[in-house]
Design a protein around this ligand. Sequence first.
Ligand SMILES: O=C(O)CCC(=O)C(=O)O
Ligand SMILES: [Fe+2]
Length: 303
Amino acid sequence: MRRSHDKSPVREGAQTADGEEDLVEVCGERVRVPGLKGWLKAIDEQGYVLIPDWLDAERTRRLRVALRRDVNPIRELLPPHHTTVRAHNLLAKTRCVDDLVADLRVLALAQGVLGYKVQISAAVMFDLLPGSKAQPLHQDDSLWPIPRPHPPFLFNTVIAVDDFTKANGGTVLVPGSHLWHDQKVRQPPDVETTQIEMKAGSLVGWTGAMWHGGGANTTPESRMAVNLNFNVAYLRQQENQYIGVPREEVAKMPERLQRVLGYQGGYSAAGPGMVDLRDPLLMMDKIRFGYDVNDPAMPKLGP
Ligand SMILES: O=C(O)CCC(=O)C(=O)O
Ligand SMILES: [Fe+2]
């Protein structure tokens, strides 16, 4: 699947020199991501990868506490059954996932799969409460009306905050289905599935064309997770991050997070995302109606 992008003029993410398989450039930084090559191979071949211990126990515990504190009181139970939570637009509700969104490892993984600069498409807290029903299998990339076959443009991740088990609704995946471009999604028992079981702190990542769905939670405990989906930076995000995340919060964020949020241009000064041929991030606090690009306080031309 990555091969489809090999003609890109510049290729970030999975670009590796011989013998430096895990050394990649992400958001302008050279970074070593041990395991990256194997993760990308798994995604190429089966459509997904399961990475245990993505977060250590202490980080996972802090994440759980912070989600319960910041998001649970303002969450919404979705109809018709009112047993699942999809708390969208997380970056406007808590600061507890900032480091997960700007994590160089996940960005390297997303860039490796997508072959281009990436941005956060959706940041969501999933909670399957007791009694939650199984979701129909679906493809998240069908949210964009792009004819198939198409190169991968969406990469999904789910980080387990609670252990995922078959009984509490571990994600159901159809290995290999990311390559079935000519087929409509079928439901079990018409298709063979696998169900993700993973310890809290693990990450499962899959490419957007993959058939998948949340399982049914038949236990008395909830199954909490953080879902971070990334897409190529030249496409529109699923969540409108520019409206969704208040500007004053964006202004306080570290630069890499601002960029991943969508405040970044393309590979050239005129590429998608620019403002008046300039870096959008540098223009953020400069724009007033009738502004003059010749003003010496304006950013220089360029991406
Ligand atoms: O809950 C899960 O494991 C997956 C949910 C999902 O795929 C979705 O909401 O689009
Ligand atoms: Fe989904």
